[in-house]
Design a protein around this ligand. Structure first.
Ligand SMILES: Cc1ncc(COP(=O)(O)O)c(C=O)c1O
Length: 380
């Protein structure tokens, strides 16, 4: 079927091979709260070592429902409207496999997180990209409208958005909602960076807009909010029939997710509700450090409103191909970044000259990368 390998694995391997500073893959180099790790250890030692229920352990489903109420005022029945998944990645996979029929059109923001492409391909869905364009990466509502056809059944949204760092405004979300209601579309929304927004902004879940709760499946995970990306504990929430479709597909993917990690994530959500906000404040400073340093190195760089990532335009340094730049960068500077062009349908199009850097790294790592970039000749 020609499902492509993920660029992240390729670039992380390149970082290891060349001894480069890896600002490619988006994983933090510091762990989340120690008490949450202790809760996982206690669960391991306390016998939570056999299959969990397919839909997830009750304590975590309750904690997710409480989280949605506390942060957003969303009311959910934890027994029918919350399902635990193996990271948001499996939530995406199960949602698309469980809901999308072959030939269904899915409107998706481009550049997209690469698992969307692979999973839509496996489900037989047809991508209808709507492009967020540099340098400001806003949603063009006219382009969005034009992407909808009589065969469109879903909008696959991602806000805060990887890789651009765009946080959709209430106005932009209202435009998506109006279109979804007008054309009777289901919105699948990946909100995995929901807490990692900066400059005092707030993330608005599209399911909180009028008329949207009944047509929105929301996906998230503990990975980014709590710096446990390796735990792969995620969830899907929304109308019972959409959540049931996720659980139905999940049965044949993983059947059930890591039993001892689920009660620990419940502890994170219940008892460490402030940790994600503190992380966001800290990340904002690291964003500022990285963006300023990249600009000083001659790379025009957008200021992201959320996520782990900043995006630079390499064309002013004479490059017209992000992949070539990223393949040359380890040798030139000892730094790894991710070319963004692979996250567009047309790699020669709007993302050809963009590269992505992760700032979810310790300050000294970012400073080291910036010193290397400053010392290198980055012109083509
Ligand atoms: C937009 C987006 N969705 C989903 C995921 C995957 O989340 P998880 O690690 O919980 O599977 C990521 C991870 O990078 C992401 O950036």
């Amino acid at each position: 079927m020609g499902i492509p390998p993920t660029i992240f694995a390729e670039m992380s391997a390149l970082a290891v091979r060349t001894g480069s500073v890896n600002l490619g893959q988006g994983f933090p180099d510091e762990d989340g709260p120690a008490e949450v790790i202790a809760a996982a250890v206690a669960a391991l030692e306390g016998g939570a070592n056999q299959y969990a229920p397919g839909i997830g352990v009750p304590a975590l489903r309750r904690a997710v429902a409480d989280h949605q109420r506390r942060h957003y005022g969303i009311e959910l029945d934890p027994d029918r409207q919350v399902a635990v998944t193996t990271g948001c990645t499996e939530a995406i996979a199960a949602a698309l496999l469980g809901l999308v029929d072959p030939g269904d059109e899915v409107v998706v923001l481009e550049p997209y997180y690469d698992s969307y492409v692979a999973m839509l391909q496996m489900a037989g869905g047809v991508r209808r990209p709507v492009t967020l364009r540099s340098p400001d990466f806003r949603l063009d509502v006219d382009e969005l409208r034009a992407a909808v056809t009589p065969r469109t059944r879903f909008v696959l949204l991602n806000s805060p958005h990887n890789p651009t760092g765009t946080v959709l405004t209430r106005g932009e979300l209202e435009a998506v909602a109006a279109l979804a209601i007008e054309h009777d579309l289901v919105v699948i929304t990946d909100e995995v960076y929901e807490h990692l927004v900066f400059d005092g902004q707030r993330h608005v879940p599209i399911s909180t807009l009028p008329g949207m709760a009944e047509r929105t499946l929301t996906l998230s995970s503990a990975g980014k909010s709590y710096s446990f990306t390796g735990w792969k504990v995620g969830w899907a929430t929304g109308p019972a029939e959409l959540v049931a479709a996720v659980v139905a597909a999940k049965q044949w993917l993983t059947y059930t997710s890591g039993a001892p990690l689920q009660p620990a994530v419940a502890v994170a959500l219940n008892e460490h509700g402030d940790a994600p906000a503190a992380l966001a404040l800290d990340l904002q400073q690291r964003r500022d450090l990285l963006v300023a340093g990249l600009r000083d190195a001659g790379l025009p760089t957008s200021t992201p409103q959320g996520t782990y990532f900043a995006t630079s335009d390499i064309s002013s340094l004479g490059w017209d191909d992000g992949l070539a730049f990223c393949l040359a960068l380890p040798e030139r500077a000892g730094v790894v970044a991710i070319p963004v062009q692979g996250f567009y349908d047309d790699p020669r199009g709007a993302g050809r000259h963009l590269v992505r850097w992760a700032f979810c790294k310790r300050r000294e790592v970012i400073t080291d990368a910036l010193a290397r970039l400053a010392a290198a000749d980055l012109t083509s």
